[in-house]
Design a protein around this ligand. Structure first.
Ligand code: ZN
Ligand code: MN
Length: 261
């Protein structure tokens, strides 16, 4: 039995209870999606990456990692290629909101008072906000007012200096990074067995008009499903990302949750 695991679900319940009662130990909830990531990567990239950042941050800051959400909100054309690709398997917004709200309230019932949502799929963002708003409101109705929830997306911790090292030829924004240098570099470092870089389709960055149409126009998305090329991805860039994002997340957890250093 892995006694020092940071994964909450790997613990027997009494060991789990001993960690969470009192409310000082933060619980990190990774949130992902099942979404195509081009020809060179598997469809659970958005689950694997936030789970690993949560694992590293929890190990360093003294937290527990909840089982990740493996489905997320629908892929949007301008940030995930679109929800029309085979394999991409998404929840309606209300389903995600309700599921996350339920899980947050359950951890609070166990005694947890510090929660951190570690997002790995951009499209989840506003549904996370809504889930937490509803959870905190319902908890208030039960007289519970001492819960604090942090929400973060790991890529937001990449600073300007790191962006220069990762994108020496210029950075085009996180929205078209889908399946590009960021995610592919992290996967090359963490799960090289799941990446076949030789199958990545090299194409110019996706461009979109300044509006959306529904139903989405599949021809607006590069046929590969990625929104920028992964050809400049390297495991060394994965190390840069792992380092800067983990350090940032740990510092944020310590600040917001007043954790010992
Ligand atoms: Zn992704
Ligand atoms: Mn995604």
């Amino acid at each position: 039995m892995p006694k020092d695991t940071v994964f909450a679900a790997e613990l027997p319940w009494p060991a789990y209870q001993a960690r969470v009662e009192g409310g000082d130990v933060p619980i990190l909830i990774p949130l992902g999606s099942m979404e195509q990531h081009g020809h060179h990567m598997p469809m659970h990239v958005d689950v694997l990456l936030p789970t690993e950042f949560a694992r590293r941050a929890a190990a360093e800051a003294g937290g527990l990692v909840a089982p990740p959400f493996t489905y997320g909100y629908k892929s949007h054309q301008k940030s995930g290629g679109g929800n029309f690709f085979p394999g991409t398997t998404s929840l309606d917004g209300a389903t995600l909101v309700n599921a996350l709200k339920d899980v947050v309230k359950e951890f609070v019932r166990h005694g947890t008072r510090k929660l951190c949502i570690v997002n790995g799929h951009f499209e989840n963002s506003w549904f996370i906000t809504e889930a937490i708003d509803l959870a905190l409101r319902e908890l208030r109705w039960d007289g519970i007012t001492d819960v604090k929830v942090m929400v973060l997306s790991y890529w937001d911790f990449v600073d300007k200096a790191s962006i220069k090292r990762l994108y020496p030829d210029g950075f085009l924004g996180w929205d078209i990074e889908h399946g590009g240098v960021l995610e592919t570099s992290l996967m090359l470092r963490l799960h090289p067995d799941l990446v076949s870089l030789q199958d990545a389709v090299d194409h110019p960055p996706a461009t979109f008009p300044p509006y959306d149409v529904y139903p989405a126009r599949p021809e607006w998305t590069p046929a590969s499903g990625t929104l920028s090329s992964a050809k400049d991805a390297t495991p060394e860039k994965g190390d840069i990302l792992l380092d800067v994002c983990t350090r940032g997340i740990v510092a944020a957890l310590r600040t917001e949750f007043e954790l010992p250093t």
